[in-house]
Design a protein around this ligand. Structure first.
Ligand code: UT7
Length: 328
C-alpha cells in the first residue's frame, strides 16, 4: 500500500495559570455572559513565568510525547513549528526547541500561517515522510498569544490563550495516515487580521509602542464570515475528491476560534455535535495550538481506522482541511 505519514503520538501542554472570564471582567468592560454567549469561552491559560516563550511550551508537550511513544530526541529527523509568536523574530523557534530537547540530529524551521499553521506544517511534514526522505518528523503548533494581546482591548483580549501541541509522524504502509490536504491562502485578507508594527514595513519605535500597534488587530465580523465559508468549502473538497461524504467522518477537528463558528461549520456540513471536537471553553483560541490540543484532549476517543478531518481558518487569510485515516 501507498507510503503515508501516520500520526503515531500526540502531546500537549497548557500553562497552569487560568485566566477566567471573571478576572477579565475586572480588566476590561466585558461580562462572562457576553464572552460565553458570543464565543463559547469560559477560561484560557496564560504563560506567566518571565523569560518563558513558545519553545518552552513545546518542550513540555514533547516530554509527554517522548514518554508516550518511546521516541528518543536523537531519533528526530525534522521538527516543524507552526507559530505566530516565535521566541524571537530570529532565529526560528524550531531550532531552539531542538536545542532544548536535545534533538541533535534534527533540523527544523517555523511556519507562520497563523491559525492554519498546524495544517500547513502537518502537510509539509507529511511530504518528507511520503517521499521516503525522513522517518521521524515532529510537527508542533504553539502560540503564546498573551505576548501579543492588548489587555485594554476587549474585542481581542478575551478570545485568545496560550498552549502547545505536538504530533509525531512516522511512515505507514497499511492504509493509515494523512491521506490528502486542501490548503488555501488569500493575502488580500491581511487587512482584517494582523499586527500593525514590528515587521519590516513598520519597525518598532517609541511611537508604534505608544500607539499600541504591537498587538493583534482583528475585524472580527468579517473574519467570522470568511472563516465559516473557507472551512466548509475545503472540508467538502477534500472529502469529495477522496470519494467520502460527511457521513463517513468520525471526527471533525475545527480550529477553535469561536463556538458559533464551529457550530455553523458543523451545521453546514451536517456533522452532529457528538462528532465535532470542541475544547474552546477551556483554552480559548490558541492560534496554531488549537488543532493539536484538540487531538490531545480527545486522544482516548480516537480509534484506529477513524476518518478524521482537521480544518482551520486564520490570519493571512489562510485556510484548509486535511483528511486523515487515524492510526492510533
Ligand atoms: O482565529 C483566527 C480567526 N478569527 C476568528 O475566526 C474570529 C472571528 N470573529 C469572531 O469570533 C467574532 O466576530 C468576535 C468574537 C471577535 C466578536 O463577536 P461579534 O458577535 O462579531 O461582535 P462584534 O465585534 O460585532 O461586536 C458586537 C458588540 C459591539 O458593541 P456595539 O457596537 O454593538 O455597541 C462590541 O463593542 O459587542 C461589543 N463587544 C463586547 N462587549 C462585551 C466586543 N467585544 C466585547 C466584549 N465584551 N469582550
Amino acid at each position: 500500500m501507498k507510503l503515508r505519514a501516520a500520526i503515531t503520538g500526540v502531546g500537549g501542554y497548557v500553562p497552569d495559570y487560568i485566566l477566567t472570564n471573571a478576572e477579565l471582567e475586572s480588566m476590561v468592560d466585558t461580562s462572562d455572559e457576553w464572552i460565553f454567549t458570543r464565543t463559547g469561552i469560559r477560561e484560557r491559560r496564560i504563560l506567566k513565568e518571565p523569560g518563558k516563550g513558545s519553545s518552552d511550551m513545546v518542550v513540555k508537550a514533547m516530554d509527554e510525547l517522548f514518554a508516550q511513544t518511546g521516541l528518543k530526541p536523537e531519533e528526530i529527523d525534522l521538527l516543524i513549528c507552526a507559530t505566530v509568536t516565535a521566541d524571537m523574530i530570529f532565529p526560528d523557534t524550531a531550532n531552539t526547541i531542538c536545542d532544548k530537547i536535545g534533538a541533535v540530529n534534527a533540523f527544523g524551521y517555523d511556519i507562520n500561517a497563523a491559525c492554519s499553521g498546524f495544517l500547513y506544517a502537518l502537510h509539509t511534514g507529511s511530504k518528507f515522510i511520503e517521499s521516503g526522505t525522513y522517518k521521524k518528523v515532529v510537527v508542533a503548533g504553539v502560540d503564546k498569544m498573551s505576548s501579543i494581546l492588548d489587555y485594554t482591548d476587549r474585542a481581542t483580549c478575551v478570545i485568545f490563550g496560550d498552549g502547545a501541541g505536538v504530533v509525531l509522524l512516522e511512515p505507514d504502509t497499511q492504509g493509515f495516515g494523512i491521506v490528502d490536504a486542501v490548503l488555501r491562502a488569500d493575502g488580500s485578507g491581511r487587512q482584517y487580521l494582523h499586527m500593525k508594527a514590528g515587521g519590516s514595513i513598520k519597525p518598532p519605535t517609541l511611537e508604534t509602542v505608544l500607539a499600541r500597534e504591537h498587538y493583534v488587530y482583528q475585524e472580527g465580523k468579517t473574519v467570522f464570515k470568511y472563516a465559516v465559508k473557507g472551512m466548509v468549502d475545503t472540508v467538502q473538497q477534500v472529502l469529495e475528491r477522496n470519494g467520502l461524504t460527511t457521513e463517513d467522518i468520525r471526527w471533525l477537528v475545527p480550529h477553535q476560534a469561536n463556538k458559533r463558528i464551529i457550530s455553523s461549520v458543523g451545521d453546514s456540513l451536517g456533522i452532529p455535535e457528538d462528532r465535532v471536537m470542541v475544547n474552546i471553553e477551556k483554552y480559548g483560541n490558541t492560534t496554531a495550538g488549537t488543532l493539536p490540543l484538540c487531538l490531545w484532549d480527545y486522544r482516548d476517543q480516537l480509534q484506529p481506522g477513524d476518518w478524521v478531518v482537521l480544518t482551520a481558518f486564520g490570519g493571512g487569510f489562510t485556510w484548509g482541511a486535511i483528511l486523515i485515516k487515524w492510526k492510533g
